[in-house]
Design a protein around this ligand. Structure first.
Ligand code: CAA
Length: 405
């Protein structure tokens, strides 16, 4: 029996910034952003699209009524948490109407956390093949205005349902993880923006990838020989390519030398969505997987794919998946691409204004958004430090408030 990703979807907020405009405002050569970093746009979240609303919007189209009864766990990975105690997963459990006898917890280890959740989900379903798990990744990536990290921001969520006999990608129980206590990127609780040692973070990411690939090769050469594509956690689209080139430079094994050419050839398709969205931290690796599922023309059922998950701090893991027959039929490609195309471009001034906005930290009621202009979940108000969400139906009934405490 195989276990893995049965359904997958992403959500991005309705605004974006064209990075050529940002380059102009920051007096940088636009090529530095679009070629040197490899990003074209970054998604920008208004206050009402917080991590909960984005995750609910990513998950909502995936769930059939049956799923809500079969899901035993809601696992939420984020590094944009607003509560140190209550898990974001508890809100999602309620908003999505999951059966009550379920677990709901939040995972943290920078951008790696979604993979920890996926692994827990797969292990759970291997023991209980008739049950399912909902995994959510949702983040808003923030660096300082005019900082070197500014161009690598983004916002969005990826949701997936894990089940037995999955329709999209079976995940192998064989994987390889690595942990090392480092300060490449971290965010103490009193800061809204991350602290980052940009150059060191790039180096560490590549070193850990090279190390994990070398070790995997020692353990299971056959699987490396079968790998058709490698997907990366993508803080920006050039990062994975740098890691592949570092592997080629530092590992002289003939199999690696032969395979890197194929992996580089398939690499651009893994980045198409990320180039338009930016870094969504926990979801970036899975956005890269969706990008490949949409754009790789050479994919065939039973192809073996690798997923390199990297979380600063640092924890990484190399996962192996096997593509399932007919996987395209289970992806709503049109809706996913439509939401990107229908976004509204912001000027740099509008982006800076949104960047400065925040929810007041008081007991008083604060209306975040009276009436959303688009269908889906949004954060309506905060009252007594409690967040309340509304599901805005398309038509004809505009609003149903869902109270969450
Ligand atoms: N035309 C074409 N390319 C140009 C150019 C131009 N005019 N000007 C510069 N470039 C190239 C540079 O040569 C460089 O290429 P290489 O990386 O191949 O050498 C590239 O553009 C970037 O230039 P710099 O190194 O000068 O860029 P920078 O110092 O301004 O910052 C960054 C880049 C370090 C990634 C910064 O954006 C940053 O700190 N980002 C946040 C941290 C991050 O994303 N780290 C990634 C690993 S950690 C991780 O993955 C976890 C996570 O999600 C954060």
């Amino acid at each position: 029996m195989s276990v893995g990703i049965d359904r997958i979807n992403f959500y991005v907020p309705r605004f974006y910034l064209d990075l050529r405009e940002l380059a102009q405002a920051r007096q940088q050569d636009p090529d530095k952003y679009t070629i040197g970093i490899g990003q074209d746009q970054m998604a920008i979240a208004p206050l009402e699209q917080d991590i909960i609303a984005m995750a609910a919007n990513a998950a909502y189209p995936l769930l059939e009524e049956d799923d809500k009864d079969l899901i035993d766990m809601v696992l939420f990975a984020t590094e944009t948490s607003f509560d140190f105690s209550k898990a974001a997963a508890v809100y999602l459990h309620d908003l999505l109407g999951i059966q009550p006898y379920a677990r709901a917890v939040e995972f943290k280890e920078a951008c790696y956390a979604g993979t920890a959740a996926l692994q827990m989900a797969c292990d759970y379903v291997r023991l209980r093949p008739e049950r399912k798990v909902l995994v959510l990744t949702s983040d808003i990536s923030r660096y300082g205005l005019s900082s070197s990290g500014e161009v690598t921001q983004g916002a969005g969520a990826v949701a997936f349902v894990v089940s037995a006999n999955p329709s999209i990608l079976a995940i192998s129980s064989q994987s390889l993880a690595y942990t090392s206590n480092q300060f490449d990127f971290w965010r103490p609780y009193y800061r809204r923006e991350a602290l980052v040692d940009g150059k060191f973070s790039n180096q560490l990411y590549q070193d850990i990838f090279v190390r994990l690939m070398g070790q995997f090769l020692n353990i299971d050469r056959e699987t490396i020989a079968e790998l058709e594509t490698i997907h990366f956690h993508l803080p920006y689209s050039k990062m994975g390519m740098k890691a592949l080139k570092a592997l080629r430079d530092q590992n002289s094994d003939s199999l690696i030398q032969e395979k890197v050419d194929l992996w580089l050839e398939r690499y651009p398709q893994t980045t198409y969505l990320g180039r338009r969205v930016g870094n969504i931290y926990t979801g970036s690796l899975y956005l890269s997987l969706i990008s490949s599922l949409i754009y790789q023309e050479s994919f065939e059922p039973s192809h073996k794919l690798a997923l390199f998950s990297y979380g600063s701090g640092a924890v990484a893991e190399l996962l192996i998946g096997e593509l399932q027959d007919g996987y395209q039929k289970h992806l709503d490609i049109e809706s996913m691409l439509d939401q990107l195309d229908q976004r509204q471009a912001l000027t740099v001034a509008q982006y800076e204004q949104l960047y400065q906005e925040s929810i007041p930290v008081t007991e008083d009621e604060f209306i975040v958004c009276q009436q959303a202009t688009e269908p889906g979940f949004y954060l309506h108000r905060v009252d007594g430090h409690r967040r309340f969400y509304i599901f805005n139906k398309i038509n004809p009934n505009p609003k149903t408030e869902i109270r969450v405490e």
